[in-house]
Design a binder for this molecule. Structure first.
Ligand SMILES: [Zn+2]
Length: 425
């Protein structure tokens, strides 16, 4: 259907119906190998979607069909992918919105991502979401966080000579021993102003960064933000990259930890492991942030392509090992998150490098779908192929249960029952 006929159809229908369903469709997928996201596999089955929602997932042929029929030809049919920790807007936000948003948001759909959590993004992403909802742009479901500081700034610590460039994940103060002064507290009235501004701006979550200083205000401030966020329906999500800071974050009680701790060994600290797992806070993976990347010079590089300091190299292995320790100790939700601004397909391959070290292909499917959806706090709405859920679906060539890198071979993406990407044969 061309854009013009779509508009004509919209005009023909009542305006209310048209905006309300925003292109939601009915369709039937047959001859599908279904991985439903919960761990269940249907070797040959079918899936029926009505008005953007899944109405049945069952073995064999469908009892009743709806809309267009897609013959999956035995290919794998899965829930749409979710990146629960991204940064979407690049460069100048206004330029991004007017020039790059259209292409880049479509790239998420092409790679199979039907939902993305922008864990700090400027208001231009909220505008992009409005345009998606109005049918002016095509893109994933977007959930967006605004930053709220946990403490006032301390004078900057002297930089190490190899810490060129600035990437907060690499130069994280959590790596340093816990010494120095306490950071100054931010008055509650000031925090309330920031939280109210985030709410008024249309943000969904409050994002905080836990770098606890000795005797500092960070934990108490996080508790305050969490409570104030709850009053406004805004969950708090927290960055913590060391075990020390993850423990501090857990005390504050956020709704999501946006990194796996990769500084420190949870295997050597069973008390910390138990405390983190018992908190039952969802966590996103972001393992690849701390695994070196390589260019033509064959030197370890950070995700921003600058030098990877060798004294931080242990974190490359520690993140995945800690992830497995958490998983086996009963980490309730471990969701896919990448924390990059790279192209979505490149990002997927990159994060699979870390995940595949310690998780089975079946576990990776759950991490990328059901668990990542739960990490966005919208797991009731999507993330699995079950009756009643939104019809966010991908069709994948190959067998991701044999080779997780087959997850890259998305041939069809469906969001809310609407086909939003179809690879030409
Ligand atoms: Zn991030």
């Amino acid at each position: 259907m061309t854009r013009k006929t779509q508009i004509l159809r919209c005009l023909a229908a009542s305006l209310l119906v048209c905006t309300g369903t925003a292109g939601a469709q009915s369709l039937t997928i047959t001859n599908a190998r279904i991985l439903d996201g919960t761990g269940k596999v249907i070797e040959r089955g079918s899936l029926v979607v009505r008005d953007g929602k899944i109405v049945s997932v069952a073995p064999g042929a469908p009892k009743s069909a709806a809309g267009r029929t897609i013959d999956a030809g035995g290919k794998t049919v899965m829930p749409g992918y979710v990146d629960a920790h991204r940064h979407v807007v690049k460069g100048n936000p206004n330029e991004w919105l007017e020039k790059s948003a259209k292409g880049e948001l479509q790239e998420f759909l092409d790679a199979g991502f039907t939902t993305v959590l922008g864990a700090i993004d400027p208001p231009q992403l909220i505008e992009a979401r409005k345009r998606i909802e109005a049918g002016q742009l095509q893109g994933p479901r977007l959930y967006i966080a605004s930053m709220i500081p946990l403490a006032g700034a301390l004078p900057p610590a002297p930089r190490k000579p190899d810490a060129i460039g600035f990437d907060p994940a690499r130069t994280d103060p959590a790596r340093a021993p816990l010494t120095g002064p306490a950071a100054p507290a931010i008055p509650h009235e000031q925090l309330i102003k920031l939280i109210d501004a985030a709410k008024a701006g249309g943000y969904d979550y409050l994002k905080t960064i836990m770098n606890a200083t000795p005797g500092g205000p960070e934990i108490a401030t996080l508790k305050f933000i969490v409570e104030e966020g709850k009053k406004r329906g805004m969950p708090t999500i927290t960055h913590a990259v060391s075990i020390r800071d993850t423990l501090a974050a857990v005390e504050g009680g956020p709704a999501l930890l946006v990194h796996t701790p990769h500084i420190g060994d949870l295997g050597a600290d069973p008390v910390a492991l138990k405390k983190i797992v018992d908190a039952r806070i969802p966590m996103t993976s972001t393992l690849s942030v701390f695994i070196p990347h390589f260019g033509p010079e064959n030197k370890p590089l950070f995700r921003d392509r600058l030098a990877f300091p060798l004294d931080t190299l242990s974190s490359a292995g520690q993140g995945p090992v800690n992830a497995r320790q958490l998983w086996d100790a009963g980490q309730v939700t471990y969701g896919f998150g990448t924390d990059t601004q790279w192209a979505p397909k490149e990002t997927l391959v990159d994060e699979l490098r870390g995940l595949a070290l310690v998780f089975s292909p079946q576990e990776i499917v759950r991490i990328l779908t059901q668990d990542a959806a739960k990490a966005t706090m919208h797991g009731q709405e999507f993330g699995t192929l079950e009756a009643g859920k939104l019809a966010d679906i991908v069709i994948v060539k190959g067998d991701p249960l044999q080779n997780p890198y087959d997850l890259v071979n998305v041939v069809t993406t469906i969001k809310g029952g609407k086909v939003v990407f179809e690879k030409r044969p």
